[in-house]
Ligand binder design. Structure first.
Ligand code: AMP
Ligand code: MG
Length: 487
């Protein structure tokens, strides 16, 4: 239960106050033997939290939600969601809590949220818990994404609880303390819409505008402007995922934010060999959330958001549908523009690019990468070397190197800028075999591999001696990678 913690900061409850219908007051389950596994000191400082006091007993109580400031009002958030295409009217935080909001040193309001903090009334059959491994995975991957400049929830800490969790085997349990601009999801809007309470839907939209898109408030049609902003944010976000080879793995509408932050790192992974059909998640049998499907799925999810928002767009349903359709119609153009600009940058094409030349070259490149099972991350990094006259590293990635030579010549004729490429093409990403290595060791109490991997991936473009193995593709015996959801 919560007892007094002498807070050096204020934990707000704006979400709970403004949207009580979506906020169920709840308490975290006790952690019998809390032990800090990893703390994000730079993020703590950004939030105005003192890293040293977060390491204290009271601090661990805060990070696990078991000792929160007396005036805090932790809640489980209600939301609905389309999961693998099917609608679930009541999902919500089954094993998570919103502790409250803090105003960071930069003046931004940020959610402090827990994952793995015990069963809530939304838990259905679940145990409300999380195992150390998956929470460390979320920590590593979200911090890597942030370092890559991709909007994402952040990870403040992982604390082992001392409580065992039953999965296929018994595993040590943990709580992840997560930070986000907010935890509003497409599924939050679907939930509000399904209540039939138009006042609630409007209040939710006003809350989203105030927190994420304040300029939309001044628009002649603020709610249409809100929808347009979300379309734009998601188009830009998914373009960035695609450019870096990120596979989210479970793009249900409850895992897509209104803020445009990447959220819920469950069965996520990064591409090794480039192939649009890549699926890592063990539960995604039909490949719905394959790498190459992600832009289309984002658009599909935004169509569900549009449907949920229709009553806000116009009293006349036909007019509302037409406004929503037009706004959603901009997704493809926005996505393509963001992706093309990003791909030009990855290829070092900085000067105004002649799209008539660049576009077919890029199309041909993607076909070559796929046919030759080329490691996505190594390719772009090694390609930079070839501008400096060192072709072998990039050529050696191709099964059929001579088939690549013609492309290489035509690309080089466009005078790419190698330094610019090195600034945008990461050398260190959370490669699947390295993540597995860090999680396995971390689960057994050895945090060394996790710390070294974090050091590499949080400065992803900055090549450093001694980190050579973090740049290498998976060894041949790593096999087909599978990730597991709901863990
Ligand atoms: P996900 O798609 O993994 O983000 O989760 C889908 C839903 O399942 C959400 O409502 C979660 O809160 C819930 N959930 C996932 N794992 C658990 C668990 N171990 N206990 C209770 N609820 C869970
Ligand atoms: Mg989720």
């Amino acid at each position: 239960m919560s007892t007094a913690l002498q807070p050096t900061f204020v934990l707000g409850d704006r979400f709970a106050r403004e949207l009580p219908e979506l906020a169920l007051p709840w308490q975290a389950e006790a952690a019998p033997e809390p032990r800090l596994l990893v703390l994000n000191a730079p993020l703590a400082a950004e939030l105005g939290l003192d890293p040293a006091s977060l390491r204290s007993d009271d601090g661990l109580g805060f990070l696990t939600g078991t000792r929160v400031p007396t005036d805090a009002n932790p809640v489980a958030q209600a939301y609905a969601g389309h999961q693998f295409g099917g609608y679930s009217p009541r999902l919500g935080d089954g094993r998570a809590l919103l502790l409250g909001e803090v105003t960071g040193a930069d003046g931004r309001l940020r959610d402090i949220h827990l994952k793995g903090s015990g069963r809530t009334p939304f838990a259905r059959g679940g145990d409300g818990l999380a195992a150390v491994g998956p929470m460390l995975r979320e920590y590593i991957v979200s911090e890597a994404m942030h370092a890559l400049g991709i909007p994402t929830t952040r990870s403040l800490a992982v604390v082992a609880t001392g409580r065992p969790v039953r999965r296929e085997t018994m595993l040590p349990g943990a709580v992840l303390t997560r930070v986000a601009d907010s935890h509003l999801r497409v599924g939050s809007v679907e939930y509000a819409r399904a209540t039939g309470d138009s006042g609630l839907l409007r209040r939710l939209a006003d809350h989203a505008i105030a927190r994420h898109y304040p300029d939309a408030a001044a628009d002649v049609q603020p709610y249409l402007a809100l929808f347009q902003r979300v379309v734009a944010a998601q188009a830009a976000l998914v373009a960035q995922w695609m450019l870096v080879g990120f596979v989210h793995g479970v793009m249900n509408t409850d895992n897509m934010t209104i803020s445009g932050e990447t959220i819920d790192y469950g069965p996520c992974a990064f591409l090794d060999a480039f192939d649009p059909a890549t699926v890592y998640s063990s539960i995604d049998e039909g490949g719905r959330y394959a790498y190459g499907n992600q832009p289309m799925i984002a658009e599909w999810n935004l169509a569900r958001l549009a449907e949920a928002m229709l009553p806000l767009l116009s009293d006349d349903e036909e007019r509302a549908v037409s406004l929503a359709t037009d706004a959603l119609g901009t997704f493809r153009m926005r996505y393509t523009a963001a992706w093309s600009a990003g791909m030009n940058a990855k290829l070092g094409l900085c000067a105004p690019v002649d799209e008539q030349v660049a576009s077919p070259l890029i199309t041909e490149l993607l076909a070559l990468l796929r046919r030759n099972s080329v490691d996505h991350t190594s390719f772009f990094r090694h390609l930079g070397l070839s501008v400096r006259g060192v072709d072998e590293p990039v050529r050696s990635l191709f099964l059929d190197a001579p088939a690549f030579d013609g492309w290489l010549e035509r690309w080089r004729a466009l005078a790419p800028n190698a330094d610019a490429m090195d600034r945008v093409n990461p050398i260190y990403i959370p490669r699947n075999h390295l993540v597995e290595e860090a999680l396995t060791a971390g689960t057994h109490g050895d945090l060394g591999p996790l710390e070294r991997l974090l050091d590499a991936v949080t400065r992803p473009c900055d090549e450093r001696p001694g980190l050579e193995r973090y740049a290498l593709p998976a060894p041949g015996d790593f096999g087909a990678y599978r990730t597991f959801c709901g863990t």
